[in-house]
Design a protein around this ligand. Structure first.
Ligand code: NAD
Ligand code: DAU
Length: 370
């Protein structure tokens, strides 16, 4: 039994991880800390908070005093560190928040954990899992081999650079202080509770509202899509079975370019409307409501500066050392995800009100159709 701290537990992957952890390791005590930025949402955790299945703290990982107090109170022996600023486009518009949380926040948390574990003498059985991204490795040419754990770091966005800095800090704490830490670098996640500023939910919601589907540039950029349930399963396995000081890459084995992804979303929505006439009444602005394909909404807009062309993950180490393998195929996972957003209009309508609209104006206002 462990006392576990999950940082960023009100974010997309964090919420999914809290539920996955509760199911996989019901005896562990879970504490979630989250600063509740625009990206956070606790609705899926409300029942767990109410019945005290988890302890929720609204707080900032840069607050050293608070982190120290939490370690004193809860005697954590596991930390799953997911709190971050995570959106590449936002890092281009406003990089400072990324350095604050992804570098300084990671440093504060890491150092507080080391101090607490040394002082309480549990360092031999404690583990700190730093959740990072494949973006630290930069961009792959079409025919290059997928990223392995020994690929060089070549971050291209302020987000990727800040995550790379966090990874380097964690690595240095292992070498210098014997910190019992592990790092995972994963590819693009998708699934329930993803914030609608990221590609897949943005395109689903725009299609349902009959708004243009803004593909950056020619849409040939490739991502390796990983269902969030596969990712969470891998994280729980790595924190328990991984070797301290090691990095594990986690990928979905589902490489698709953005054009293919957006077309598949359109076709999936078209089919759902054809099979269920009630959807037309709920989403009358969606072209599928009148039998027209959502593909008619696709538009190509100004590209993202420094847009990485391709990411792909070689997850052999995870499979051979830990025995973990991703199982959700992209077509199946995307169908489930589209269904989830169709069923959970209450959730995303809430999320896209207010501050979200300000961001949409900022990120898409200057982009012209190409
Ligand atoms: P997210 O943006 O949905 O959630 C991040 C959470 O961190 C939010 O709830 C936010 O409120 C919280 N947070 C931000 N700053 C904080 C601070 N200073 N103190 C405490 N909490 C703070 O991100 P996500 O998609 O769930 O990603 C989780 C982690 O996984 C991140 O570290 C990200 O870099 C990494 N990752 C994500 C993906 C992906 O495709 N989503 C892929 C690879 C790696
Ligand atoms: O690879 C892992 C990374 O995946 C994570 O570390 C990040 O936290 C996560 O946000 C994600 O980064 P991306 O930049 O790849 O994800 P995003 O959903 O923003 O974009 C996916 C692709 O779609 C990318 O090539 C840019 C493109 N795109 C995105 C948006 C929002 C568009 O063409 N149009 C859009 O409107």
């Amino acid at each position: 039994m462990h006392s576990v701290l999950i940082t960023g537990g009100a974010g997309f992957i964090g919420q999914n991880l809290v539920h996955a952890w509760r199911t996989a390791r019901p005896d562990d005590r879970l504490t979630v800390i989250d600063a509740m930025t625009y990206a956070a949402n606790v609705r899926s955790l409300e029942l767990l908070i109410a019945d005290r299945s988890i302890h929720f703290v609204r707080g900032d990982i840069r607050d050293a005093e608070l982190i120290r107090r939490l370690f004193d109170e809860h005697r954590f022996t596991r930390v799953a560190h997911l709190a971050a600023e995570s959106h590449v486009d936002r890092s281009i518009v406003d990089p400072e928040a990324f350095l604050q949380t992804n570098v300084l926040g990671t440093f504060t948390l890491l150092h507080a954990a080391l101090d607490a574990w040394r002082a309480s003498g549990v360092i031999d059985r404690a583990r700190f899992l730093h959740v990072s991204t494949d973006e630290v490795y930069g961009s792959l040419e079409p025919n290059y081999s997928a990223f392995s754990e020994s690929s060089p770091y070549r971050p291209n966005s302020p987000y990727a650079a800040s995550k790379a800095a966090g990874d380097h800090l964690v690595r240095s704490y292992v070498s210098t202080y014997g910190m019992p830490a592990l790092i995972t670098n994963c590819s693009n996640n998708y699934g329930p509770y993803q914030h609608p500023e990221k590609l897949i939910p943005l395109m689903i919601i725009h299609a349902l509202k009959g708004k243009p589907l803004p593909i950056y540039g020619d849409g040939s950029n490739v991502r390796d899509w990983l269902h969030v349930s596969d990712h969470c399963e891998a994280l729980i396995s790595v924190i328990e079975q991984g070797r301290i000081g090691e990095t594990y890459n986690i990928g979905g084995g589902n490489e698709r370019n953005n054009r293919e992804v957006v077309r598949l979303i359109c076709d999936t929505i078209d089919r759902a409307f054809a099979a269920d006439r009630a959807l037309a009444a709920r989403f009358p602005s969606c072209p599928a409501a009148s039998g027209t394909s959502c593909r008619t909404l696709i538009s190509h807009v100004t590209d993202r500066p420094g847009h990485d062309h391709r990411y792909a993950i070689d997850a052999t180490k995870l499979k051979t050392e830990i025995g973990n393998q991703c199982s959700v195929g992209f077509e199946t996972g995307l169908l489930q995800t589209v269904r989830w957003y169709l069923d959970r209009e209450d959730w995303w309508r809430d999320v896209i009100s207010g501050a979200y609209q300000v961001w949409i104006d900022k990120n898409y206002g200057f982009r012209i159709e190409i």
